[in-house]
Design a protein around this ligand. Structure first.
Ligand code: TLP
Length: 347
């Protein structure tokens, strides 16, 4: 079946240009620092982020975990949102592998944390309490609807963290989507952060990988941690080559995904029984819920959509996430709206 797959932008496939670049990539042993393609990807990435250095990692999860472990020791804590990807979807890696204590604050609907709550949450110097070392923000914020945090907010949060001796790490899995929505340079957006992880394998369509960027000292430490985690790869320049093409060719087109998410949201908002999150979409994610009057569960609706060739993410009992990406054309948006009309019409 020719699927309209809206479950995630992680389902994107490498472009033909990426496949050529992968086939022709110059490679070497990256654990010796000798893979020219990886070295180039790390340099380009660091330059884009305005940081001193970059580290190619197999996944966003490993990028975030390496950062947390570089900043925090056993019994230290990091502050993050209760809806953040790192808290919900990274298998508790920081606690399991590093003994690092997650201190969650309530995420606001726009993905932010209230600055006063961050300040109140930072621990005093008291032997009863863990030491607060790190603040982690997510931009765009996945569970909060693909919302973008502004430059001003990020700067205020960074200043606050730094005043109290904490570092700021950004889970910027979709940081380019945020920069495009805000109309700012990505460098400006990540400037307040000490480190940032961004993903090549989501909207940018590369098959594998993320890059963690930060200072030279930080990346040296993160490189050791990546090795401890088993993420020291060898001739992985084959993967980095696709990442370079992703950075060179796939960023500007993310605006098309945002436009299609808007079209999708507009169409779905006309269908009785569907309730869209107000104020969204900002970027490439559409979140919607079933009205209380609808007698079907989210899974039942998703199964009926699937029978029509449309795949959506079910994120809770009656809530969906639909993500636009490189594999979704205008016609697919029409198909998805039509499938929802049909399923909801039969309810
Ligand atoms: N997110 C995936 C799933 O894990 C939910 C998705 O489909 O959106 N940070 C953020 C904000 C993410 O959305 C993700 C992946 C990650 C980190 C982790 O990246 P990977 O999957 O490369 O480990």
């Amino acid at each position: 079946m020719d699927w309209v797959d809206l479950r995630s932008d992680t389902v994107t496939l490498p472009t033909p240009e990426m496949r050529v670049a992968m086939a022709e990539a110059e490679v070497g042993d990256d654990v010796y620092g000798e893979d020219p393609s990886i070295n180039r990807l790390e340099e380009i990435s660091a330059a884009r982020m305005g940081k001193e250095a970059g580290l190619f990692v197999p996944s966003g999860t490993m990028g975030n975990l390496s950062a947390i472990l570089a900043y925090c020791g056993r019994g230290d804590e990091f502050i993050l949102g209760d809806l953040s990807h790192t808290f919900i979807f990274e298998a508790g890696g920081a606690a399991a592998l590093g003994g690092v204590h997650p201190h969650t604050l309530e995420n606001q609907t726009n993905g932010s944390l209230i600055l006063e709550e961050i300040e109140d949450g930072i621990r005093p110097d008291d032997i009863h309490q863990p030491i607060s070392r790190l603040l982690v923000l997510e931009n765009t914020h996945n569970r909060c609807g693909g919302t973008a945090l502004s430059v001003e907010y990020t700067r205020s949060a960074g200043d606050l963290a730094h005043q109290h001796g904490l570092k700021l790490h950004l889970d910027g899995a979709r940081i380019f989507n945020a920069a495009i929505f805000l109309g700012v340079e990505v460098k400006e957006l990540v400037d307040p952060a000490d480190s940032v992880t961004f993903c090549l394998s989501k909207g940018l369509s590369a098959p594998v990988g993320s890059v963690l960027c930060g200072s030279d000292d930080f990346i040296r430490q993160a490189r050791r941690i990546r090795k401890q985690l088993g993420g020291g790869m060898r001739q992985a320049g084959i993967l980095a080559a696709a990442g370079i093409v992703a950075l060179e060719t796939m960023i500007d087109r993310l605006a098309e995904d945002h436009a299609r998410a808007k079209l999708l949201a507009q169409g779905l908002s006309q269908i009785p029984g569907l309730v869209l999150d107000p104020g969204t979409p900002h970027t490439n994610m559409v979140f919607l819920s079933l009205g209380e009057e609808v007698p079907l569960s989210g899974t039942e609706v998703a199964n009926k959509l699937k029978a029509q060739g449309v795949r959506v993410g079910v994120v809770s009992k009656n809530r969906f996430r639909l993500v636009t990406h490189h594999g979704i054309e205008d016609g697919d948006i029409e198909v998805a709206i039509g499938a929802f009309q049909e399923v909801m019409g039969g309810v």
